[in-house]
Design a protein around this ligand. Structure first.
Ligand code: NAD
Length: 267
């Protein structure tokens, strides 16, 4: 992308859970479009330092990392102070992406796993949006992109907490859209089918155990079976959709839940 086609130049974005997978794909797309980026998430400190350097150099934007734990409201608030301090100005774009998964039958579902999934996949979306809105309203511009899931639209067995959290994210996204519209703020949800990331690789092992089948059977008969096209979506495809929602051609999307799922929820 050349300087003249960098539609997010001068904007600042927080992308939660962006040290790997979909969040990193989105952070790259927004950085390439000119936005300064706060990366959030966990991982090896040296690898994250290298990632910050690489992204900042390749995109020619300011990039910082804040390891705030999205299950802790005080750390979410601290992440916004960190962004103001290190990137200056306010947060124009918030991508609520951090998420975890656990696969187990409802009667065996560990209560602490339920609580963690609701905290990170749903409550953190509320806490971060709550922190972002006052500045966006004051500046009369804001873009909020919530990474939900096809599991925000349909259920699968053994994913009760995840399905409940992602359905909740869609309701919260619509409410945010209604409250933000008069201030030039949009809020939309992206609902991916399966995307090949570390989260999915772990899930294959968990599902193999839960269903008592091998990895290939999980991929073929559990994951890709409900999708019309039997392929994994790439993080670059999700990044491109997030960029559309945040860029100049995205302003009519508001309160939408956008499947990017190879036909899964068309059934
Ligand atoms: P991933 O495991 O590759 O990345 C998750 C990121 O979240 C990592 O950066 C991790 O460090 C971070 N994270 C985890 N817990 C955190 C916490 N408590 N605080 C801060 N950061 C935390 O996963 P992914 O597949 O890229 O998933 C990203 C989002 O996309 C999730 O919300 C997930 O539900 C959603 N999603 C994924 C798929 C898929 O097939 N991969 C499909 C639909 C939706």
């Amino acid at each position: 992308m050349t300087e003249s086609t960098r539609p997010l130049a001068g904007r600042t974005a927080i992308v939660t859970g962006s040290t790997s997978g979909i969040g990193l794909g989105i952070a790259r797309a927004l950085a390439d479009a000119g936005a300064a980026i706060l990366l959030n998430g966990f991982g090896d400190a040296k690898a994250i330092d290298e990632l910050v350097q690489e992204l900042s150099t390749s995109a020619g934007v300011k990039v910082v990392h804040c390891p705030a734990d999205m299950s802790k409201p005080a750390e979410i608030a601290g992440m916004f102070d960190f962004a103001a301090d290190k990137l200056g100005g306010g947060v124009d774009i918030l991508v609520n992406n951090a998420g975890i998964q656990h696969v187990a039958a409802i009667e065996d579902f560990p209560i602490e796993k339920w609580d963690a999934i609701i905290a990170i996949n749903l409550s953190a979306v509320f806490h971060a949006t709550r922190a972002a809105l006052p500045g966006m309203k004051a500046r009369k511009w804001g873009r909020i992109v919530n990474i939900a899931s096809a599991h925000g639209l349909v259920a699968s067995p053994f994913k009760s907490a995840y399905v409940a959290a992602k359905h909740g994210v869609l309701g919260f996204t619509k409410t945010t859209a209604l409250e933000g519209a008069e201030f030039g703020i949009t809020a939309n949800a992206i609902c991916p089918g399966y995307v090949w990331t570390p989260l999915v690789e772990k899930q294959i092992d968990d599902q193999a155990r839960t269903h008592g089948i091998d990895r290939e059977a999980v991929i073929r008969d559990v994951m890709l079976a409900p999708q019309a096209a039997k392929r994994f979506t790439t993080v670059e495809e999700i990044g491109a959709l997030a960029l559309l929602l945040c860029g100049p051609n995205g302003q009519s999307f508001n309160g939408a839940a956008l499947p990017i799922d190879n036909g899964w929820t068309a059934r």
